[in-house]
Design a binder for this molecule. Structure first.
Ligand SMILES: [Mg+2]
Length: 295
């Protein structure tokens, strides 16, 4: 049975078990109520696309291939740096080379976790997410191994800058090693949520301080991620502020910043929801619908 057939079988099983899907004979005049949509349910198509389609893997391979090609040029050009200008506070001279990659949906594929949520009609929860992380079964995404191994072979340190918490450090590093990723042992290359950075005030899940920490000792040749926050901090996560934040670095896309496509979750969705992130699933569904542009 291929992966799609397996997923479909699981989905059908999930639907059969879900109380929201049970239909009972009622008076003919009673209109059918649509079942509440969980976030996971709205994610069916996106997850199927991300989970093993040729199109998804071609996109990842294309972006990682370009990032790999840029390494030689970036190494040679001594003023080349991929940190946002606001986070580069020291001179580049004498710094060792590094690249910064995000973990989830950048180098590790967590689509089976999303498939489970859809199957079970559940929303994201920290407990189920951490259980998945501890299983250490996430596979390498297309192109990610080639890029990180090429960097490592050139003497470039690979930093894994993630919003997985410090308590998931060992499980994540074990998963990365098992998947074949280079994990330097003479450097703290896991920079998880909660990493203390002296002299830098971290706000929430923002990654700016941790990028700055890498930059204090390294020249950053490339940044790879699937979220805007993997590249630059944004004042407030509004659609407008996000668009403004990238403008000063527009000519870095595909040159030193490599954004991977993730339609399954992310700060793009939080920006659309605005202040309604904690609203009920049907309300959030309506907000997303009203954000559609039909011209
Ligand atoms: Mg990510």
């Amino acid at each position: 049975m291929n992966r799609f057939a397996v997923l479909l079988t699981l989905l059908l099983a999930g639907c059969a078990a879900s109380p929201t899907r049970t239909t009972t004979p009622t008076a003919a005049a009673e209109p059918a109520q649509p079942p509440p949509l969980t976030y996971a349910e709205t994610n069916l198509n996106a997850t199927l696309w991300a989970q093993g389609t040729v199109e998804h893997d071609m996109a990842y391979r294309s972006i990682y291939a370009q990032a790999t090609r840029q390494l030689a040029l970036a190494l040679k050009q001594k003023d080349w740096d991929a940190l946002p200008k606001t986070e580069r506070k020291n001179a580049l001279k004498g710094l060792k080379p590094a690249v910064i990659v995000d973990v989830d949906e950048t180098v590790l594929d967590n689509s089976p976790y999303m498939a489970r949520l859809i199957r079970d009609n559940k929303d994201f929860e920290e407990s189920s997410w951490e259980q998945w992380c501890h299983e250490q079964r996430a596979r390498a995404l297309a192109g990610a191994l080639e890029f990180t191994l090429a960097a490592s072979a050139k003497g470039v340190t690979v930093f894994y800058l993630t919003n997985r918490g410090q308590h998931l450090k060992e499980a994540t590093l074990a998963n990365l090693r098992a998947a074949g990723f280079p994990v330097a042992d003479k450097e703290t290359v896991f920079l998880g949520l909660g990493t203390e950075v002296e002299g830098c005030q971290t706000s929430g899940t923002k990654k700016g301080c941790r990028r700055e920490l890498v930059g204090r000792r390294y020249r950053v040749l490339a940044v790879v991620g699937d979220q805007l926050g993997d590249f630059i901090d944004v004042g407030s996560n509004t659609v407008m502020d996000r668009a403004e934040a990238i403008k000063p670095h527009a000519n870095w896309f595909g040159e030193r910043w490599f954004m991977l496509p993730n339609p399954t979750y992310g700060s793009w969705d939080s920006a659309i929801l605005g202040g309604q992130r904690e609203a009920t699933a049907p309300v959030k569904h309506q907000i997303r619908r009203s954000a559609l542009r039909a011209e």
